[in-house]
Design a protein around this ligand. Sequence first.
Ligand SMILES: NC(=O)c1ccc[n+]([C@@H]2O[C@H](COP(=O)([O-])OP(=O)(O)OC[C@H]3O[C@@H](n4cnc5c(N)ncnc54)[C@H](O)[C@@H]3O)[C@@H](O)[C@H]2O)c1
Length: 340
Amino acid sequence: MNAKKLHFGIIGAGRIGRVHAESVSFRLPEADILSIYDVNRPAAEALAAHCGIPKIAASADEIFSDPRIDAVLICSSTETHADLIVRAAQAGKHIFCEKPIAFALERIDAALAAVAKAGVKLQIGFNRRFDSNFARVRNAVRSGEIGKPCLVHIVSRDPAPPPIGYVRTSGGLFLDMMIHDFDMARFLTGDDVDEVYTAAGVLADPAIGEAGDLDTAVVVLQFKSGAIGTIDNSRKAVFGYDQRVEILGSEGKIATENRFPNEVVVSNGKSVYSDLPLNFFMDRYTESFAQELKEFVQAVLDGKPTPVTGADSRAPVIMALAARRSYDEHRPVRVAEVEG
Ligand SMILES: NC(=O)c1ccc[n+]([C@@H]2O[C@H](COP(=O)([O-])OP(=O)(O)OC[C@H]3O[C@@H](n4cnc5c(N)ncnc54)[C@H](O)[C@@H]3O)[C@@H](O)[C@H]2O)c1
């Protein structure tokens, strides 16, 4: 066990910045956060007060040039990630960055090249890999417990649309939301996808359509192994965060259901019912958010590879770009078309 503590600086004090700051401050004794920066200073101040972060930085560079800081947590809006990764790498800081690195492959490749040149560690926030249910599904496939995967169904629906300001900078449904499911498709099966076909629309919130985005989509996946998959996304499932997976294999199936705050069942003269599932990512995936950071911290302290590689960060972006192209051009799109 390494006795050294990892010192973070954090950039971005929004929804996910809060989740990660709470994980480090309240759940990871092997790490702490020394400094926080957000362009919205009051947001940084409020999170610093909540988590006991001692310093509010005046710029990202103040974090990069702080010699006490070993690693940065990049939790700002997606369009800032690639540039911040390059600057952090040049400053010799290890990097945990939220998904995705960028919307364009050239920017992702430039960021990955800067990381490789600096010899620092990088991990991207594909937290669902660290969820115990999904890890169990992955193990069932890997061990052959359900035979060879034939059908893969991933359902991933948010309880309510995000603020429209977030939607505008998010990169759109495929790069912002479904990117987790593209990652899950690869992670759960250990396979890559050859071709995608998208049907999508605006059915939950007209403001999302006015912003040029989609809020409801089904993407059909053709895996290299021959397996067939679907990913089903909606920005609005009124009963809560709907996160389910089922894989049918040649020797059986494995499925994971939603998680609930309790398992109570109420029965009365009219009906039998239970409470709603956990409402959103900060509640449903709390454990996985803490676990992904724990493994990042361990990788840095022990000098080992991080569990989500640069290739893992690139592949779901390619799938997202292919899915959007399929929607725009009303045709199946081979992933290789986007890879160039
Ligand atoms: N892994 C997950 O489940 C998950 C969940 C939510 C968001 N995310 C990702 O996290 C990132 C942030 O999402 P969010 O939901 O927290 O958004 P948010 O809008 O709640 O917060 C973003 C914060 O970044 C700040 N910011 C913007 N530009 C900045 C800059 N140049 N320097 C410093 N701060 C800056 C904003 O002021 C804001 O406080 C996005 O990339 C998103 O894709 C991941």
